[in-house]
Write a protein that binds this ligand. Structure first.
Ligand code: GCU
Length: 667
């Protein structure tokens, strides 16, 4: 029987190492839990299930563990380590027991998952001491799921949420979804697409949402909804959705109250407004702050928050989309209600395989800025290309904005430490769907895992997270893990090489899959490929220096210095900021044309190397998972060649240069 991937990183495979098992058996004779909360109940249930699978043993829960040893104790100490956020935990040995201590039920749950991780990795209990606190307060998934069951940019099947069955039938999968997220520390989820249907504001749908919220709550996860800004008009029948109109304000207030009646711990709203055709406050001559603050007012009596997205740009062929969010949002700094968090995509354009960090980070010191990453592989080959994304997330988080001098990283903006805000947020656009293994590509599970772990602790390294995930999910063989880690850690760079090397972006049209770098016609001028790469007979790349759009001026001088001189700009960012001549010599000794070709060819060939690495791990892998990935890698190889040839043939028509020696010309 093969592994269908459903259990993700929560497989709890039997411990076979005898001395390790003996030690584990000694410390798992009971679970001591005295509180009656439903979150610690989930923790206890998870622990019982985990131990049953790991050790083949049924462990009873007891509320009277005084004087006993050899068990696992949950200890909620509201006063403990007062400085720690309530969700933090400590797991340590004390009085012959494993003790999980936290100020909150949620912390106990996170500590339980940390302990289970420890046991799954077969680490010793002797000297056990794990302590961790989240660096970010709101750790969320954003689902781009529609009421009809489709998922915008989803490649793993249909939506997990079965709206037509709810609220009466509650799919058991919702609970497994909650377990997986809680195991990573995710504490919020937005159920529906940012291109939101007003339907979610109807009583009918609020009741459906409440049924899901009832499941997620047991795992410390709050439920949020994306809202359609014009709902007062389309759903409420008002004459306007103007955020300064008293009737509109009253409508939202009532709406929020109606939601809290069904969902007492409702998380809040996520809003895409005046972006890509969505309605918003600007339709009435108002600002993003006016719109966000109106909604914040409706949440005044509650814990909920308003997450307002900064993903905005206008269809102006002469403007630079790169600059748009900064231009619209920086002037509003300080004007947002304290309940508002502005959610900014990691880069200035749109989740490209490589982007510089968004210049908004650091430039709105009076406004909490959350970061939005994309886990689903919209621009990363959907569900057939293996791309491990932790290096993408880390690259952005580790970027230095220099706003308060050296060391002012994006991570410090996002975790609130730089500008002292406490409402901090990291969001990931989910890659889940109803396919058996949740993410379509088995290796894409690692991206969900990595996002979750980083949202809790952005200081974890890509390597460390990967090592954990491989051990929990695929294999504990050191040799096999080495091959898999090598493959996955290089996968993003390989993809970039055959897809968008040297800082190219968006060679796609609407579906964002097929190579179409030649496209110069689209429904909007900024939805063509040419708009982004600006290739012509002289060269390629977008001049964003003072001689071009001057987008660079949105960064601090130290950042500008990294990127304003084409001779000094690191090659991964070169064409983001410069239009470079085809025959320009680069630091590699090759001309731009030769370098591009080299990247396209070696990138596509590196997929062969990925296949070899995967094959070398074969004997340590479940046959079903092995075959699934091996076959997807074949597709990836075919498509990488397709990308390479499309780019090379198109660019050759402009550069008019031969394919460099050693590379076989496209047929
Ligand atoms: C991208 C994506 C859209 C999505 C948008 C957003 O442009 O292609 O499908 O709606 O981002 O983040 O709002």
């Amino acid at each position: 029987e093969g592994d269908d991937g459903y259990r993700l990183w929560l497989k709890y495979e039997a411990v076979t190492n005898a001395p390790v098992k003996t030690e584990y058996l000694r410390y798992t004779t009971f679970i001591g839990r005295s509180d009656k909360g439903e979150i610690t109940q989930s923790a206890s249930r998870e622990l019982q299930m985990g131990l049953k699978n790991l050790l083949g043993k049924t462990v009873q829960e007891t509320s009277s563990s005084a004087g006993r040893s050899g068990g696992i104790l949950f200890r909620i100490e509201p006063g403990a380590a007062a400085a720690q956020p309530a969700e933090g935990y400590q797991v340590q040995l004390s009085g012959g027991n494993i003790v999980i201590v936290s100020r909150s039920e949620q912390g106990i749950l996170y500590g339980t998952f940390a302990l289970l991780r420890h046991l799954q990795m077969q680490r010793p209990i002797k000297n056990l001491s794990i302590a961790s606190t989240p660096k970010v307060r709101y750790r969320m998934l954003n689902h781009w799921d529609n009421p009809d069951g489709t998922i915008e940019r989803g490649y793993a099947g249909a939506s997990l949420w079965k709206w037509y069955e709810l609220p009466e039938r509650v799919d058991p999968r919702y609970e497994d979804y909650a377990r997986a997220n809680a195991s990573l520390g995710i504490n919020g989820t937005v159920l529906n697409n940012v291109n939101a249907s007003a339907r979610f504001m109807s009583q009918e749908y609020i009741e459906k949402v409440a049924a899901i919220a009832n499941v997620l709550r047991k795992y410390g996860i709050k439920t949020y909804l994306s809202v359609y800004f014009a709902a007062p008009k389309t759903l409420g029948g008002l004459a306007t959705s103007d955020p300064l109109d008293p009737q509109v304000r009253a409508w939202w207030k009532e709406k929020v109250a109606q939601i809290y009646k069904e969902i007492p711990d409702f998380g809040g709203f996520l809003v895409k407004a005046n972006s890509e055709g969505e309605p918003g406050p600007q339709d009435y001559g108002r600002t993003h702050a006016d719109g966000a603050n109106m909604l914040a007012e409706a949440f005044k009596a509650y814990d909920g928050i308003v997450v307002w997205r900064a993903f905005v740009y206008k269809a102006d062929p002469n403007a630079d989309r790169f600059k748009a969010a900064y231009e619209e949002f920086v002037p509003l700094d300080g004007k947002f209600d304290p309940k508002v968090i502005v959610q900014v995509k990691n880069g200035p354009i749109d989740f490209q395989p490589r982007e510089p960090f968004s210049p908004l980070f650091g430039n709105m010191p009076k406004t909490p800025l959350g970061i939005e990453f994309q886990i689903t592989q919209e621009y990363l080959g959907f569900a057939t290309h293996a791309v491990y994304e932790a290096p993408i997330f880390k690259e952005c988080l580790d970027s230095d904005t220099y706003v308060n001098g050296e060391g002012s990283t994006v991570a410090k903006v996002v975790d609130g430490s730089l500008h002292c805000y406490t409402r901090t947020l990291m969001a990931g656009v989910a890659n889940t769907g109803n396919s058996q293994n949740w993410t379509g590509h088995p290796l894409a599970q690692a991206n969900w895992y990595a996002f979750g772990r980083l949202s809790w602790d952005h200081e974890l390294s890509s390597e460390q997270i990967l090592q954990e995930w491989v051990a929990l999910t695929l294999t504990r063989s050191e040799k096999a893990s080495g091959h898999i880690a090598a493959l996955m850690l290089r996968s993003r760079e390989i993809y970039v090489n055959y897809n968008t090397p040297l800082g190219l972006s968006r060679p796609w049209m609407g579906v964002h899959f097929a190579p179409e770098p030649w496209q110069n016609k689209g429904s909007r001028p900024d939805w063509t490929a040419i708009y982004y790469h600006r290739a012509d007979s002289s060269g390629i790349g977008f001049d964003r220096t003072a001689s071009g759009s001057n987008a660079l001026a949105q960064y601090k001088p130290q950042v500008q210095q990294q990127w304003n001189n084409p001779d000094r700009t690191p090659l991964p960012y070169l064409l983001w900021f410069h239009h470079v001549r085809w025959d320009q010599k680069l630091s590699t000794g090759r001309s731009l044309w030769q370098e591009l070709c080299t990247r396209f060819y070696t990138g596509a060939d590196s997929v062969l190397w990925m296949q070899q690495q995967w094959d070398l791990a074969k004997t340590s892998l479940d046959p079903m998972v092995f075959t699934d990935v091996a076959e997807r890698l074949k597709v990836q190889r075919r498509e990488a060649i397709w990308w390479r040839d499309a780019w090379v043939l198109y660019l050759q028509s402009l550069a008019r240069q031969p394919i460099p020696a050693g590379f076989e010309p496209p047929k």
